[in-house]
Design a protein around this ligand. Structure first.
Ligand code: ZN
Length: 303
């Protein structure tokens, strides 16, 4: 499953040393990764099965999972890398599942140092009440997945949740771009409608909105509370089929205070360090890297 890496890649201690060198060189106290996946074991197994089957979630591409280990080991890897804070992105694919996922995520955050208490939502009648419960329980970030959930993010059913999260200033990492494969409601247009109604909503557009990078840069430029996460962007894997347009790089540089490191750990087809190298090779400089890999998220989450 990860032969290409285990055969040629560094050993675990070498890899951790490489990640630590990256942030030490920048003078940072560590990394903050806003897009890491932790979820109930049997849900994660299903996600991995999905990746293995090269289904629509992966755009039909081969997607070897590099960090297919048990939960404690995965958390330990992040600690060894010096990831000071990270999320437990999880998401339902059907109604009636979010409340249970949120209960699990609250427990995971309690038992896992460094985890920013994460919650999720789905387009369903009781979304307002369980989002309120999650906020009251201390959730600091939400995850929404428009492709997997196959709902319109601008659906009226969701408005109580968006309104509440906007008012509370709680960020929502939202997979709303049409990569690696489009969904019925992916793309910038439904998100523009959500933001028209909730201009203060702190959406973090996952994966830099790939492949609609420039449309989501437009949205971020128009809405000061919109941020973007780097998850999988600029990596060799992504550049091969959804390359970031070179002409948009200056815009990414200008939005440097609203771009946040995300990795998709553990479900990545490369070593963690590759995401960091992919950001560095953009050539946007050490100040941009410091902001993206740590300082922006530190300010947003107060860590
Ligand atoms: Zn993800």
């Amino acid at each position: 499953m990860n032969d290409q890496h285990s055969a040629a890649g560094p050993t675990a201690p070498e890899e951790a040393a490489g990640v630590r060198r990256f942030w030490t060189r920048l003078g940072l106290p560590g990394l903050i990764d806003v897009h890491t996946h932790f979820m109930p074991e049997r849900v994660l197994r299903k996600v991995w099965d999905y990746f293995d089957a090269q289904g629509p979630l992966t755009g039909g591409r081969e997607w070897p999972i590099t960090y297919r280990r048990d939960e404690a080991e995965r958390a330990a890897v992040l600690e060894e890398f010096g990831v000071r804070a990270f999320t437990s992105m999880l998401y339902p694919h059907k109604p009636g599942m979010a409340r249970w996922l949120n209960e699990w995520a609250a427990g995971f955050a309690r038992r896992t140092p460094g985890c920013l208490h994460t919650a999720t939502l789905y387009c369903e009648p009781d979304v307002g009440s369980y989002v309120r419960e999650a906020v009251d329980a201390g959730a600091r970030v939400f995850k929404a997945h428009v492709q997997v959930g196959a709902y319109d993010p601008a659906d009226d059913l969701l408005q109580p949740a968006w309104g509440l999260l906007a008012e509370a200033g709680i960020p929502v990492v939202i997979h709303c771009g049409s990569g690696p494969a489009p969904g019925k409601h992916t793309g910038p247009e439904p998100i523009a409608r959500v933001l028209a109604r909730n201009p203060g909503l702190r959406l973090i557009v996952a994966h830099l909105g790939m492949p609609e990078y420039e449309d989501f840069l437009d949205l971020a430029e128009r809405h000061p509370q919109v941020r973007l996460d780097t998850t999988m962007a600029f990596t060799d894997f992504t550049e091969a089929f959804m390359p970031f347009p070179a002409q948009a790089l200056p815009r990414l540089a200008d939005l440097g205070d609203r771009v946040l490191l995300g990795s998709d750990f553990p479900n990545i087809p490369h070593l963690y360090l590759h995401q960091l190298d992919a950001l560095e090779r953009l050539g946007l400089g050490p100040d941009w890297l410091r902001a993206v890999c740590h300082d922006n998220a530190a300010a947003l989450f107060g860590v």
